[in-house]
Ligand binder design. Structure first.
Ligand SMILES: C[S@@+](CC[C@H](N)C(=O)[O-])C[C@H]1O[C@@H](n2cnc3c(N)ncnc32)[C@H](O)[C@@H]1O
Length: 355
């Protein structure tokens, strides 16, 4: 999984695992209601937790389905006449061979489309945009004709979202595009067949975190990784969201220079300075679990004293502990190694309590 994503915990998985072990938390039922790229939920699944992963965004749901809920490699027997093999790698190779077919992405998010040109949008080269269109349409055609099941559908969508991200002409978020072509954007779109993690009883949902907790019932480990600043993910990742939702069920209203879509039902209290503490308190209060672990950034909008108070009010006070990991933020500029280190050495924290 290679998607560039604010708060992606791929590089902190060892740290998370060490803390789980040091607290003596044994595999059981885990809930990750802010699962994003599903990096942690997928790792929890690998560590034998029966994991419920969910996110407010549709692409989060796609990742959670593909990497957490799906338990066995999907089969492509229904499209074998086209793919010449029933494995994921055969389907991916077939999609990678599709000729460009200018459509929605080409029209709106490349400079060759009339709407894209009117706004000077350079999210994808015209060729990559037309290849994204061909692949997205191909996946939808297989799905709507009933020739692939939902496991296969979501697995291919996750692969496309990641492939599109690798060639997106952005610096990591879609709130802006770069005004000249970066080298990654000039590479051809290439889907990859990800390895499947086998697991049992894992689930995926698109849900607000509080609803995910309320439906979870009793469980063992709550892993929280909420947004930590006022950037709304819905506004930063509208193109992955479009790729996940598709554009086949009616008109989509887009606005502004970057082609934002309506996000009123995706805006999060956790990204609001006024509402985040109330949301945090409500969530922890609603969780019926034995252990809580929360990843949070040192620069986050919920103060450390609030985190400590809320967790201690909702657990055995003596089990509260804050774990710290040195974390080097990715930067793409050309600063010298020494300067980059001092400017970007930040800590990532895990706040834990048991009940
Ligand atoms: C810091 S990221 C999680 C990153 C994830 N752990 C990973 O490794 O990719 C926070 C996530 O919370 C989601 N989110 C924000 N508000 C939410 C809410 N109210 N309910 C559920 N998910 C929400 C965002 O869409 C985003 O994916």
């Amino acid at each position: 999984m290679t998607v560039r994503y604010i708060g992606n915990k791929t590089r902190l998985l060892d740290f998370i695992r060490r803390v789980i072990r040091s607290r003596g938390i044994r595999p059981g039922r885990a809930v990750d209601p802010f699962s994003g790229t599903a990096s942690v939920a997928r790792a929890l699944k690998r560590w034998q937790f029966s994991t419920a992963a969910s996110d407010i965004m549709e692409y989060g749901y796609v990742f959670a389905r593909a990497y957490v809920e799906v338990t066995a490699p999907p089969t492509f027997a229904g499209v074998v006449a086209e793919t010449r093999g029933a494995h994921l790698r055969d389907a991916v190779a077939t999609l990678n061979r599709l000729p460009p077919m200018p459509g929605f992405m080409h029209e709106h998010y490349s400079p060759a489309g009339s709407i894209g040109a009117a706004h000077g949008r350079m999210y994808f080269t015209p060729r990559n945009a037309a290849r994204i269109d061909a692949v997205r349409d191909g996946i939808e055609r297989w799905h709507r004709s009933g020739r692939i099941d939902l496991d296969a559908y979501h697995t291919l969508l996750a692969s496309l979202i990641e492939a599109a991200d690798r060639v997106a002409n952005t610096t990591g978020v879609y709130a802006a595009f770069v005004k000249s072509w970066q080298s990654n954007a000039l590479r051809p779109l290439q889907l990859r067949a990800e390895r499947m993690v086998r697991g049992n009883g894992c689930t995926a949902a698109r849900a607000d975190a509080i609803d995910a907790i309320r439906t979870a019932g009793e469980f063992d480990l709550l892993y929280l990784d909420p947004p930590y600043n006022s950037r709304q993910y819905a506004g930063y990742y509208h193109i992955p969201e479009l790729l996940a939702r598709g554009w086949y069920d009616g008109d989509i209203a887009m606005r502004g220079k970057t082609g934002l879509i309506d996000d009123t039902d995706r805006r999060s209290d956790w990204s609001s300075r006024r509402r985040c503490e109330t949301a945090f308190e409500a969530l922890v209060g609603a969780a019926d679990c034995r252990h809580i672990m929360m990843s949070y950034n040192a620069e986050g909008i919920i103060s450390e004293s609030t985190i400590e108070r809320v967790l201690k009010d909702n657990g055995r006070r003596t089990t509260y502990r804050r774990y710290r990991q040195h974390y080097r933020r990715y930067r793409s500029d050309s600063d010298s190694e020494a300067r980059r280190y001092s400017a970007d050495a930040v800590y990532e924290y895990l706040y834990c309590i048991s009940r």
